[in-house]
Design a protein around this ligand. Structure first.
Ligand SMILES: [Ca+2]
Length: 169
């Protein structure tokens, strides 16, 4: 993973410097953000069922919390560069869920009813502020502009995950 992701990150960062300048460093997600920048979970354009709180993660700011089955967030018109189509989905998560509580983070583009292009299984990370960063391969590469839907799925009713940010690599 590291061997394949690193050159892509460098290439994507290089392209970004020329194409979008200071936008890449922006802390807040906004419509038209670039897919490999940090898309803050609390700054999604739309959401259902979630709230935000101050995070204890290393970069500070806020995280998305009170996340349970059926909740979702949406980002509008995210730019996936055609020069470096996204191959991976990365999400910064923490979970203090009980041992019998698990869930999945599902990613879709353009519609929230199509096939998921990424699925991240979630179980307790040891605490609601014990952060980890799983990375999964997309089922296909993604380029150009798309709305991004992130849906939270669980067979249990309990909250199962906190999310600080997402990005695509
Ligand atoms: Ca955040």
């Amino acid at each position: 993973m590291t061997v394949s992701v690193l050159p892509r990150l460098l290439a994507a960062s290089f392209l970004a410097l020329g194409l979008v300048c200071a936008d890449v460093q922006a802390a807040d997600a906004a419509p038209g953000d670039v897919s490999f920048s940090f898309l803050q979970a609390e700054d999604a354009e739309a959401q259902q069922g979630t709230t935000t709180e101050a995070t204890q993660d290393v970069d500070g700011g806020s995280d998305l919390t009170s996340v349970s089955n059926g909740d979702w967030i949406r980002y509008d018109q995210i730019q996936f560069l055609w020069q470096a189509p996204a191959m991976f989905f990365q999400v910064r998560i923490a979970s203090g869920a009980a041992r019998n509580v698990t869930g999945t983070i599902e990613v879709r583009i353009d519609s929230d009813t199509g096939p998921a292009i990424a699925s991240v299984p979630v179980a307790s990370t040891g605490g609601w502020q014990s952060w980890t960063t799983p990375t999964v391969a997309l089922t296909r590469t993604v380029a150009y502009r798309h709305d991004v839907y992130v849906r939270f799925v669980s067979a249990q009713k309990s909250d199962f995950v906190n999310v600080n940010w997402i990005r695509f690599l």
